[in-house]
Design a protein around this ligand. Sequence first.
Ligand code: BES
Ligand code: MN
Ligand code: ZN
Length: 498
Amino acid sequence: MEFSIKSGSPEKQRSACVVVGVFESRKLTLPAELLDKAANGYISDIVRRGDMEGKSGSTLLLHNVPGTLSDRVLLVGLGKEKEFREKEFSNAIRTTVKTLNDTGAFDASIFLTELAVKKRSVAWRVRQTAIVALDATYRFDQFKSKKDEVRRPLRKLTLGVERRNELALAEEALQQGLAIAEGMALAKNLGNLPPNVCHPSYLAEQARAMADEFKLDCQILEREDMDKLGMHSLLSVARGAHQPPKLIVLSYKGAKASEKPLVLVGKGVTFDTGGISLKPAAEMDEMKYDMCGAAGVLGTLQAVARMQLPLNLTVIVPATENMPGGNASRPGDIVASMSGQTIEILNTDAEGRLILCDALTYAERFDPDTVIDVATLTGACVVALAGVASGLFANKDALARELLDAGDEAHDRAWHMPLWDDYQELLKSPFADMANIGGRWGGAITAACFLSRFTKKYDWAHLDIAGTAWKSGSDKGATGRPVPLLTHYILQRAGKLN
Ligand code: BES
Ligand code: MN
Ligand code: ZN
């Protein structure tokens, strides 16, 4: 889909469809009023008769509205004006795009971007419109012989802004929104791919392709390289798999080499059977999404590279399958991590932390300013926060605050969880420096505590996205989260968030 920005009044637009909003209790928005004036009360008449009451989610398509230059007018219900916030704004955009896709209109001018949203700027509204519109039209049908065809898909959206002096800012925000949406689409595609296609070598190939397209440094470590580095914890997870593990490193250089990089680490378990501690059969297919941390950091990197932001960013993806087999790790095995700390593997299904700990130690060599790891780490995090918020842990409160704020701004929220020492005790092992599980309670926290033992040398945050990275059930699919949170955090750091 193509996007552009325009300032001008709705009745003067020449397009297949003009979209304006109506609040509940039949209150026209300003653009709707302008149309109504040009049409001599045609719209307010319809509203008065009760055909469009402004209820959120409702729409009414009109043809040949007098006094306008467009073929159609789409009225979109916005709910109560007093309650019109971020979520309502995004819902209105989603409804608009879905409805337009069902009409014959190839292009549309939408006048929803002008609506005031509490505490949100024009730039926010433009960014969000692009992100939501592309999310609403996302499809993953490459394995269907017969695609669900959209008869006449929407090709072009023009976003109306109120004032000419907002155009430049809105244009920049549009480019940001498109970069974020494309980063999310990459994350969704990688997540949705079946695990027989998307294995560690596939992720490595994708990383190489990205490096070529965006001129990034790319390094892929093989099993032997990892062995030499002493990454025995990571390699212990790969033992049961026939697919070879990869450690993917991609670097974007947008600032002076002397500037310390932000490092993002993403869990890349391309399929998690649990290993010898085998998972139950029900819904095991969803463990193809266990590489969504990797997908999220790759999507974020792509967005950053597309926006050419002035910072240095390195992405590290430990990628492996977690499979049972004659050579697989056993419960009771003790392995030495790259950090030198030893780990007793009490449950082979707690594999994410085993690959992340070595990747986090490896991150030290980039002399990072900050390290953020992203992982579908624990079922316990889903129990705690469901699909609403990602679990956030950090060894520095200021970093946690910045990430929480970025999540709020992007409407891709996280919730701050504790890393108190009291929890560390749960990881005690009688035989090694630590166990890889902490028992029944507080599973998201003990997993984060485990990781914290490998991140003492830098500012670090951990996002547990087990509940937020994909949806189950009838609309099963990857969500592209936490690309919005991470990109907003980076935009803020780069001083580019308006
Ligand atoms: N990938 C899973 C976490 C997961 C489970 C994410 C369900 C989303 C839905 C992870 O590797 C795992 O299996 N964790 C175990 C840890 C336990 C053995 C301590 C879990 O959460 O059950
Ligand atoms: Mn597991
Ligand atoms: Zn896992």
